[in-house]
Write a protein that binds this ligand. Structure first.
Ligand code: NAD
Ligand code: UDP
Length: 313
């Protein structure tokens, strides 16, 4: 089995490459290193079944593969809002290129879509049947609408060209190998707490998210790719829901930090609450998240402790 992982040098992609290699697959990691990092895959470089290609998915490419895990796209609001036009090009043109490749070489292709397709949800928890509440012209639209178009493309290639597709809607995921400058809340809070700097909550901190540990999500992606008769979309996330105030408290407790918590300006179009209904994943994939937030945070804090101590010396 030869697998292509686009965005393979990123946070989720690098864990996925590692998992696929451990299962005996040949893995081609394709990345333009926009938000990914060589350090994430350095330990895999000497593996005989691992190959890296620097390439931008906005440009077509021809490769002989059996499976395409299409992850390439910046996922942190800080990164995807830095160059929004590029972000939407990556989602739209990148997905067209990967679907064209899948069609040509008859590969099965999986898209990592996102809970952001639900926008600021008016249904809670969110089921896959919910169509969402997305602002089409806001600062998050380049990402949210980009992924909505990507899902549409997946379904149209499936219906029109019989491409074998899989769509995962991934909810907020955290864990070791998140970049120090990733900008998402878990990494920001862990890094600030360890440095003794302020943890800045955007808005009043009553907004909620459901955080899934990286290993659980990778397991869900691998299962979705393996099932023979299920296209999705399917939610992959952890149904435990926390406010940002809860998260800040937990990070301070785990790190033993005495850093202050302060409140900054609320982000534009920031979803007020989010929590997946994962019954479909349970039923069709036999999948369930296993890692409690506290346990996953302990491992994540350890990761940042190591990275920060290395960068200090
Ligand atoms: P990440 O930013 O760490 O990884 C994205 C990777 O894609 C990076 O290595 C980046 O360099 C690469 N990339 C970006 N644009 C590219 C392009 N044009 N061509 C080639 N490579 C490109 O983010 P992540 O958290 O690992 O997210 C991976 C995927 O999962 C994304 O598709 C994201 O939308 C999706 N997702 C992630 C989360 C999460 O919480 N981590 C939640 C929902 C969905
Ligand atoms: N957030 C925060 N402080 C930070 C980073 C994020 O309070 O330093 C908040 C943000 O406003 C949002 C939540 O944490 O309500 C999750 O943000 P993140 O960027 O991690 O993911 P997303 O908004 O894409 O779910």
């Amino acid at each position: 089995m030869r697998a292509l992982v686009t965005g393979g040098a990123g946070f989720l992609g690098s864990h996925l490459c590692e998992r696929l290699l451990s299962e005996g697959a040949e893995v081609i990691c394709l990345d333009n290193f926009y938000s990914g990092n060589r350090a994430n895959i350095r330990h895999l470089m000497s593996h005989p079944n691992f190959e890296v290609i620097r390439h931008d998915v906005v440009e077509p490419i021809l490769l002989e593969v059996d499976r395409i895990f299409h992850l390439a796209c910046p996922a942190s609001p800080v990164h995807y809002q830095y160059n929004p036009v590029k972000t939407i090009k990556t989602s739209v043109m990148g997905t067209i290129n990967m679907l064209g490749l899948a069609k040509r070489v008859k590969a099965r292709i999986l898209l990592t879509s996102t809970s952001e397709v639900y926008g600021n949800p008016q249904q809670h928890p969110q089921k896959e049947s919910y169509w969402g509440n997305v602002n089409p012209i806001g600062v998050r639209s380049c990402y949210d609408e980009g992924k909505r178009v990507a899902e549409c493309l997946m379904m149209d290639y499936h219906r029109q060209n019989k491409v074998d597709v899989r769509i995962a809607r991934v909810f907020n995921t955290y864990g070791p190998r998140m970049a120090v400058n990733d900008g998402r809340v878990v990494s920001n809070f862990c890094v600030a707490a360890l440095r003794g700097e302020e943890l800045v909550i955007y808005g009043d901190g009553s907004q909620t998210r459901s955080f899934a540990y990286v290993d659980d999500i990778i397991d869900g992606l691998v299962r979705l790719m393996a099932v023979s008769d299920f296209v999705g979309p399917v939610n992959l996330g952890c149904p435990d829901e926390f406010t940002m105030q809860d998260l800040a408290r937990m990070v301070l407790e785990i790190t033993g930090s005495r850093a202050k918590v302060t409140f900054g300006e609320a982000r534009s179009d920031d979803p007020e609450r989010r929590k997946p209904d994962v019954s479909l994943a349970r039923e069709r994939l036999g999948w369930e998240p296993r890692t409690a937030l506290r346990d996953g945070l302990v491992r994540t804090v350890e990761h940042f402790r190591t990275v920060l101590s290395l960068t200090r010396t």
